[in-house]
Design a protein around this ligand. Structure first.
Ligand code: ADP
Length: 143
């Protein structure tokens, strides 16, 4: 299987609940290597830009408010089959529909405030990674 990269964001609810460590531990225990990481706070403009694909959806305003409501922690993760395996680790968008033991099932409050983002394709992962990180902020993690 090919080694892939995915972009995740530990969303503002994750940071507010003091779960950065616990969620990162689960991610690393599942075999993902962190190759870039930072804490940042999105503005409404940068949050809206990141989720531009959803701008016609009824929940767009709520999503932009939430994503800019506090700091978040974007990371680039590397692993074989990273895109699919990460989506499996976090569970369905709606925590009520997420499989038991997934990050969203265990910690998310609602379909909007659902703890973590995960890229849905290798191509989008590259675009999303470039949204948050310059090349010099991405390091090889061979440990
Ligand atoms: P995912 O993050 O699982 O890829 P989507 O791409 O469909 O899900 O949606 C992006 C984000 O928008 C979700 O993670 C969630 O925060 C928010 N969202 C999606 N659907 C809704 C909804 N019906 N109501 C409120 N927020 C939503």
């Amino acid at each position: 299987m090919a080694v892939e990269r995915t972009l995740t964001i530990l969303k503002p609810d994750c940071v507010r609940k003091n779960l950065i460590g616990e969620v990162t531990r689960r991610i690393q225990e599942a075999g993902f290597k962190v190759v870039a990481m930072k804490m940042t706070r999105l503005t409404k403009e940068t949050a809206g830009g990141f989720y531009a694909v959803h701008k016609e959806r009824p929940f767009f305003g709520e999503l932009v408010e939430f994503m800019s409501s506090g700091p978040c922690v974007p990371m680039i993760l590397e692993k074989e089959n990273a895109i699919e395996d990460f989506r499996t680790l976090i569970g369905a968008t709606n925590p009520d529909e997420a499989d038991e033991g997934t990050i969203r099932a265990d910690f998310a409050d609602s379909v909007g405030e659902n703890m973590v983002h995960g890229s849905d394709s290798v191509e989008n992962g590259k675009i999303e990674a470039a949204y948050f990180f310059t090349e010099s902020e991405v390091v090889a993690n061979k440990a």
